[in-house]
Design a binder for this molecule. Structure first.
Ligand SMILES: C[S@@+](CC[C@H](N)C(=O)[O-])C[C@H]1O[C@@H](n2cnc3c(N)ncnc32)[C@H](O)[C@@H]1O
Length: 419
């Protein structure tokens, strides 16, 4: 394999390279994967259309635009879907954008008396009073101004405000998922500088993608992949990365941004506003739903892997009783694979015969009990009517479970499924 292809593959699971790429860099989504790698998969497979059931920040769909093929996807996290939708607005009108931005900034300048949010438990800890007051002026100016909020240019202003929230905090916001209020960054940005730099980048990128020959033919819908999926066509390629069964809480991951926009009041709202619509990949979710292991294990959907999954879940049920946190990994694991079994059967009818499906996936070891995600997912895909699967390991990895001292070797790679 050529060295460049090898390198691209090895970095397929990381978003970091996207920070050099036009449009992709408008929002840093650490759960994302590499756009260059998706592009190479499109090219190698001579794909004519591409689908993504877990859109995230839109990497696969934008790679489709960069290769001028139609793309479509779904995302069930209401806030993350909006981020993807804003990035897919890359074919905006530059003159209109400039007008909107100057109206918006004039409003920010003229707005004085705003609510002091420094007593907010999260925001008050991660911003100084002045920065928070400027950001609040940004928020109110955006909400109050007469921009049609469904216009591409308005969505990009919203994305700009959203994308500067972390760089403008002096606290440890870089470690994605958890905000670390007591950790201090070396430097933070001023909201005006950061917003202006974002706008310049958006305009510069819109020229760059034209010279690169991008063609806009992508769309994202707010939809839960566990529900029947209706698409505009049959697809010949699917490239995606689902949440892994590793307790990463996608709802908590946008708590800062959603708190800022007043879409959640705190941690307690995350389950009802966000998490309930997501794949059950974290124990907060399985605990909130008070799931019963025996009922889950009786589900037909799990029958293709029941002989393996039952002992794993039962061991987890026992191990948890020896742990202080008593985390519900036993029901999380069963619910996770039940959800994905459902999703594979929803995907089968929208993928053409002979199509190719790639899931970037990693295994996990909650409480030190190994969960062989790639193999079980392959088996569930075959049970849903796909023709076969193979796993291409790309790297070894270890997850920092907050409560473990285990040495189970873990890996991550591409699960290739034949359509
Ligand atoms: C690993 S991220 C995908 C990142 C994406 N590849 C990118 O580059 O931005 C997985 C995404 O799946 C979404 N998700 C979780 N459960 C879902 C469901 N049931 N239906 C649709 N999307 C879901 C999460 O909100 C998250 O954004």
């Amino acid at each position: 394999m050529p060295v460049a292809t090898e390198k691209r593959k090895a970095r397929s699971g990381t978003f970091i390279d996207n920070l050099k790429l036009p449009v992709h860099r408008w929002f840093r989504y650490s759960a994302g994967f590499s756009a260059e790698w998706v592009k190479s998969v499109i090219e190698e497979n001579r794909a004519t259309s591409i689908f993504d059931p877990f859109v995230g920040s839109g990497t696969t769909l934008l790679a489709g635009d960069s290769c001028s093929i139609p793309s479509e996807g779904i995302e069930s996290h209401v806030f993350v879907k909006r981020i993807a939708d804003a990035k897919l607005s890359w074919d905006f009108d530059r003159k209109r954008f400039a007008d909107f931005v100057s109206d918006f900034l004039a409003r920010v300048e003229n707005l004085n008396d705003v609510e002091d949010r420094s007593d907010d438990k999260l925001l008050g800890k991660i911003y100084d009073r002045e920065t928070l007051s400027i950001l609040e002026r940004f928020r109110l100016s955006y909400l109050d101004c007469e921009l049609p909020k469904e216009a591409k240019e308005a969505k990009l202003i919203w994305l700009g405000i959203t994308s500067i929230l972390r760089p403008c905090s002096h606290a440890g916001t870089a470690q994605w998922q958890y905000v670390l209020p007591n950790k201090k960054k070396n430097s933070s940005k001023s909201p005006f500088d950061a917003f202006n730099a974002y706008c310049d980048q958006v305009v510069a990128d819109s020229f760059q993608v034209l010279t690169e020959g991008w063609h806009k033919n992508s769309s994202v819908s707010l939809h839960d992949a566990r529900e029947t999926i209706v698409t505009n066509r049959e697809y010949d390629l699917l490239v995606t990365s689902p949440p892994y069964p590793n307790n990463y809480d996608y709802a908590d991951a946008t708590r800062l941004e959603m708190t800022f926009w007043k879409e959640v009041e705190g941690w307690k709202d995350l389950q009802s506003v966000v998490r309930k619509n997501l794949l059950r990949s974290c124990s907060q979710h399985s605990a909130a739903e008070r799931l019963d292991l025996n009922s889950l294990l009786k589900e037909d959907l799990l029958s293709p892997v029941i002989d393996e999954i039952r002992p794993v879940c039962e061991t987890l049920a026992e191990v948890r009783m020896t742990k202080g946190g008593k985390k519900t990994y036993h029901t999380m694991v069963a619910a996770y694979f039940s959800d994905l079994a459902k999703i594979f059967s929803n995907l089968r009818p929208i993928m053409a015969q002979g199509s190719k499906v790639c899931f970037v996936i990693g295994d996990s070891a909650p409480y030190g009990v190994h969960v062989p995600a790639d193999r079980w997912l392959g088996e569930l895909a075959v049970a849903a009517g796909f023709k076969g699967y193979s796993f291409e390991k790309l790297r070894d990895r270890n997850i920092k479970w907050d409560n473990r001292v285990h040495k189970v070797p873990l890996h991550e790679g591409n699960l290739w499924i034949e359509g």
